[in-house]
Ligand binder design. Structure first.
Ligand code: TXA
Ligand code: MG
Length: 333
């Protein structure tokens, strides 16, 4: 199959709609990362998402809507907290979990009775969903375990020959995936952190819990969190303590082993690594989040080891920390 990349216009949207309505897959830009979309009401189309990504069947998908009222085709009902969060943050980089309607096929939710719903801020994404006229089930458009794609070329890298169309909506503004929050529990619970933080959500609905990591054999709340994730094709480590000293030490030691290392660092500390291979992640956590996945895909092609400076575990930095530690397969210094 030939994979086309098209800018978003009337013609390409029409093409995308025809593909979706005949059970095909279309990758599309959102403000967070690119999604790999299928008609969420079409069980066999949804099945082919899992095949194209090599995604485990027990990891449920997010259903994307283009208009707020479309949520009533997906969930049984809204509770008060859901209404408040939708008013405040939708469209935007947040995904809410509620009890699903029977019309949503079981493979969308991996057999769970709850469904995740998101309305993207990216206008091209909403134009695509609205053009199709059906809810769009979409995970990130990467091969399972790879860094999520934040531009059309990164999608092509993983999906070339597997899907007919990528709608190119430019580079993603946010760069890491949406905040996922379960609203079926007594206390709303964040299952995946994102750029919309716990503190911001608490201002709207009061107390919020966070349940992120799980032990391998425990029953998992958000099945996606148990897998290796976001990993580049080269070795990667993350440095959290004594950062500059430890980073230099690791760099020298990899060099001695005959490996080609690179330091992925913040602008502020970059001057400390003069003479070494460095790559600047950004000036702050917002910029770093935007660049992170694309940087991994760039650096894996040039270097043997990425030594990354850990973000501070607070506010937006916390969600980047959560991705980075997985990219580094939990190798933290
Ligand atoms: O920003 C995003 O959320 C992107 C864009 C494309 O919208 N999508 C995305 O999808 O990141 P994916 O499939 O890569 O991650 C979805 C996460 C997984 O951790 C999954 O386990 C969790 O959401 N999830 C989905 N449905 C769920 C459900 N019913 N209950 C609990 N967790 C759920
Ligand atoms: Mg993903």
């Amino acid at each position: 199959m030939k994979t086309e990349i098209l800018n978003i216009d009337k013609q390409s949207l029409n093409k995308a709609k025809n593909i979706i309505l005949s059970s095909g897959l279309v990758a599309f830009a959102t403000e967070t990362v690119y999604g790999l979309g299928a008609n969420a009401l079409d069980e066999s189309a949804v099945g082919s998402i899992f095949i194209a990504k090599g995604r485990p069947q027990d990891n449920p998908l997010i259903v994307h809507i283009g208009k707020k009222e479309d949520i009533f085709n997906i969930v049984e009902s809204l509770n008060e907290k859901a209404e408040k969060l939708m008013d405040k943050f939708m469209p935007g980089p947040i995904t809410i979990i509620l009890k699903k309607k029977d019309t949503i096929p079981n493979n969308v939710t991996a057999g769970l009775s709850n469904v995740a719903v998101r309305m993207p801020l990216h206008e091209g994404a909403r134009a695509f969903i609205n053009e199709c006229g059906v809810p769009i089930a979409a995970p990130s458009a990467n091969t399972s375990k790879r860094p999520s794609p934040t531009d059309a070329q990164s999608v092509l890298e993983d999906m070339d020959g597997k899907i007919p169309l990528i709608l190119d909506g430019g580079p993603c503004e946010v760069g890491i995936e949406s905040t996922v929050i379960d609203l079926t529990r007594e206390v709303p619970t964040i299952l995946r952190p994102g750029i919309i933080t716990k503190e911001e959500i608490e201002k709207v609905v009061g107390k919020v819990d966070v349940v992120l990591s799980v032990k391998d054999n425990e029953k998992v709340a958000s099945p996606g969190v148990k897998y290796t994730h976001y990993a580049p094709n080269c070795e990667m480590v993350m440095v959290e303590n004594n950062v500059v000293e430890k980073t230099k030490e690791l760099y020298d030691s990899y060099n001695k082993q005959g490996k080609k290392p690179v330091i992925l660092c913040y602008e502020e500390t970059s001057v400390k690594y003069k003479g070494n291979n460095i790559y600047i992640l950004g000036k702050d956590d917002i910029e770093a989040s935007k660049n992170f996945y694309t940087d991994l895909r760039k650096l894996e092609k040039i270097y043997d080891v990425i030594i990354a400076e850990a973000p501070k575990k607070e506010s937006v930095g916390e969600s980047l920390y959560n991705r980075m530690i997985k990219s580094a397969s939990h190798k933290v210094y």
